[in-house]
Design a protein around this ligand. Structure first.
Ligand SMILES: NC(=O)c1ccc[n+]([C@@H]2O[C@H](COP(=O)([O-])OP(=O)(O)OC[C@H]3O[C@@H](n4cnc5c(N)ncnc54)[C@H](OP(=O)(O)O)[C@@H]3O)[C@@H](O)[C@H]2O)c1
Length: 345
């Protein structure tokens, strides 16, 4: 990597998060796993996972009320509460309120065994303010640094997207501006799976950062190009989530490989096999290339590691330390697996 992702354990490189004044470690923990993402884990496993991240030098953590309907925030806050608040950066989401579900939460097939709360969309002024306060209570922490508007856009809301966006523009956005100008939070932005929502936000708001999941990976780069340019021009950062497109870029082509939350298609598996062939020639794990690729862009502040176990997380950290020669990226371009303008320099 150009700016070595790791120096020693406990001292990971940091990059500024937009113009917020915050600095985040180039590798961060995406706490979806703490909400039982596709796997039920115990509180002890959860604490072990965050501890592995902390010991590896990670000091930026991302969670959301929706992840396990509060489970992820509670587990993350429980661990982080034992550390000085100024030693880490924390983002969570707004846009969904968790309401008690006495009979048990509805299963969504993604977060297993959710806590007994249902999720209700609310992008209004009051919704954002309440969500912020409820997150503080679940986390048990004095401060949240970054609030990201969760899943606003067509990807999730389909035909209702315009109405939801108007609710946000006429309400929630003002709440975020107020929270930031009062110093209650340091930064705001979106946490989404689509580029268009981020580009739109750069027109109507003054965001610091976008958590963009699954759209800046070895399998997908076309849509992100205009966003990289706009972010660089407007001083906003991208936090890259879903670098493995839900798994296949870490596991490689296996029969149960997951791509964007579902089974991988034949076409995707074929492209992954081509990527794996180049990796094998250079003896580089596919996951290492997948992790380092988005960090080549100066608009990217951090890659969120979606590891759900300590062993996956440790492999990810090794992947970030793997030396990747320029010829490897050049071969991807030659084999038309990467557009020339996206080649890491
Ligand atoms: N709208 C949003 O704001 C949004 C959307 C999506 C994601 N995110 C954020 O991004 C984070 C990561 O996204 P993600 O979890 O969806 O996707 P991801 O990082 O692309 O993939 C996660 C999957 O990859 C596997 N994996 C990770 N490291 C591995 C390794 N070294 N070897 C083998 N398998 C490995 C994990 O399995 P194991 O569980 O076995 O480790 C997990 O199943 C989330 O936790 C969240 O913070 C945000």
């Amino acid at each position: 990597m150009t700016d070595s992702a790791t120096t020693t354990q406990r001292s990971l490189a940091e990059r500024p998060l937009g113009r917020s004044g915050l600095k985040v470690t180039v590798a961060s923990l995406g706490a979806g796993g703490l909400g039982n993402f596709f796997r039920r884990i115990t509180n002890a496993d959860a604490a072990g996972l965050v501890d592995t991240a902390w010991r590896a030098g990670i000091r930026y953590f991302d969670t959301a009320p929706f992840y396990g309907r509060g489970r992820s925030e509670r587990r993350l806050g429980s661990y982080l509460g034992d550390h000085p608040r100024e030693d880490f950066v924390l983002s969570t989401k707004v846009g969904r309120l968790m309401v008690p579900a006495p009979g048990g939460a509805q299963e969504d097939g993604i977060f297993y065994d959710p806590a007994p709360f249902d999720s209700v969309y609310d992008y209004s002024y009051d919704g954002v303010m309440r969500s912020h306060e409820m997150s503080l209570q679940r986390l048990g922490l004095s401060r949240i640094d970054v609030l990201l508007v969760h899943d606003i856009g067509v990807f999730l809301h389909g035909a209702d997207a315009t109405r939801q966006l108007n609710v946000f523009k006429n309400g929630g956005l003002k709440a975020l501006e107020e929270l930031r100008s009062s110093g209650a939070i340091r930064a705001y932005g979106l946490g989404v799976n689509e580029v268009a929502a981020c580009l739109e936000c750069l027109d109507y708001g003054n965001p610091d950062a976008f958590l963009l999941a699954g759209r800046f990976t070895l399998l997908e780069q076309d849509a992100v190009k205009p966003l990289l340019e706009r972010c660089t021009k407007q001083g906003a950062s991208i936090i890259v989530g879903g670098v493995f497109n839900s798994g296949i870029l870490a596991t490689g082509d296996t029969p149960d490989a997951r791509y964007n939350y579902g089974p991988a298609t034949k076409e995707v598996r074929q492209k992954v096999r081509q990527l794996q062939a180049v990796c094998e020639r250079y003896e580089i794990p596919l996951s290492a290339a997948a992790l380092q690729f988005p960090l080549s862009s100066p608009a990217v502040a951090s890659v969120l590691l979606g590891a759900g176990t300590s062993s996956s997380l440790t492999r990810c950290m090794e992947g970030l330390r793997t030396e990747i020669p320029k010829d490897f990226w050049q071969d991807l371009v030659t084999e038309q697996l990467l557009a020339p303008e996206m080649m890491p320099s």
